[in-house]
Design a protein around this ligand. Structure first.
Ligand code: ZN
Length: 306
């Protein structure tokens, strides 16, 4: 299938500079609807099992499904005023950060919890260092360049939330590469990626602006690429405080385990003592059995000793 016949679900109105769903196509606006990639007109095909926009057959558009979902996502972001940010999980930490966290959690567990409860306690701990939450977007800029010591980095979506910058990078087939990740770290700005491929998997090409908006807002479409060191340190402190609180909550269980372990160890000692006491008797029994065996041998009845 020629790419000129890709079925696009959303168009751009060049007059209002807003995205338009197929259901919003009217006689008045239909000549203003374009593909933002090539600026050519989109034709609305409404009398079809799956209505869609398409380029004219002689289109020179260099776009494809990937570049399409990118520009539609960017334009959609201009209309988004609230966003859900995912929590920060252990997987989002750098190796050093994760090691620092694990070491300190292990220390708390070793020092405060009997071994018999380690596994259960570890399993009960939450996996996220911070919770997800909804935030108002104060400002949105699309495609901005930032300087770093190793070259400029182009950010698709720059949001301002609580007076702080947050970068958002949608990706389709190729996730953010190592060089870009390093540049992002050098800007010291928290960065999220959004997986657009998952969205296409879910909807194929039968989506509308509302579907896309909801997906872009949802925490489920996003994962953290970079978080500030200072911010992570704060979250680690908070997590350790949480672990201490969990230990306190389980103090009754811990105490009962400790007293049972204590009782077990005293019983062990008593058993050892009793075994020590009967050892001479056991030795005596063994000696007498040996003597019986010898006598039987001498008498030639060892044959019957089974
Ligand atoms: Zn085009």
């Amino acid at each position: 299938m020629s790419k000129n016949y890709i079925k696009y679900p959303i168009a751009f109105n060049k007059l209002t500079e807003k995205l338009v769903d197929l259901t919003d196509v009217t006689n008045e606006n239909k000549t203003d609807l374009i593909c933002l990639e090539c600026k050519e007109n989109f034709i609305a095909v409404l009398n079809h099992p799956t209505p869609h926009f398409k380029h004219k057959p002689n289109s020179k558009c260099k776009g494809n499904v990937e570049s399409y979902i990118h520009w539609v996502a960017k334009e959609t972001f201009k209309q988004i005023t609230q966003i859900e940010l995912p929590g920060i999980f252990k997987d989002n930490l750098t190796e050093n950060q994760r090691k620092k966290l694990d070491d300190q959690v292990n220390q708390l567990i070793e020092q405060n919890i009997p071994k018999t409860l380690h596994l259960e306690f570890r399993r009960s701990l939450k996996k996220n260092l911070s919770d997800s939450g909804k935030f108002l977007i104060e400002k949105i800029d699309i495609e901005k360049e930032f300087k770093t010591p190793i070259g400029n980095v182009r950010i698709d979506i720059v949001t301002t939330i609580n007076n702080q910058k947050l970068f958002i990078e949608p990706f389709y087939t190729s996730p953010i590469d190592v060089v870009k990740e390093r540049k992002l770290a050098l800007t010291n700005t928290p960065t999220l990626s959004i997986n657009l491929l998952l969205f296409i998997y879910k909807f194929d090409y039968n989506y509308n602006l509302e579907n896309l908006k909801n997906y872009l807002i949802s925490k489920n479409s996003k994962s953290w690429i970079f978080n500030r060191e200072k911010q992570i340190e704060k979250h680690i402190e908070k997590y350790l405080k949480y672990v201490k609180e969990e230990i306190e909550k389980k103090q009754d269980l811990i105490n009962s385990h400790l007293s049972m372990l204590d009782r077990m160890s005293r019983l062990d000692d008593e058993v050892n003592l009793l075994e020590e006491r009967i050892r001479p008797t056991q030795d005596e029994i063994r000696e007498k059995r040996n003597e019986i065996r010898k006598l039987k041998n001498e008498m030639g009845i060892s044959y019957f000793d089974y």
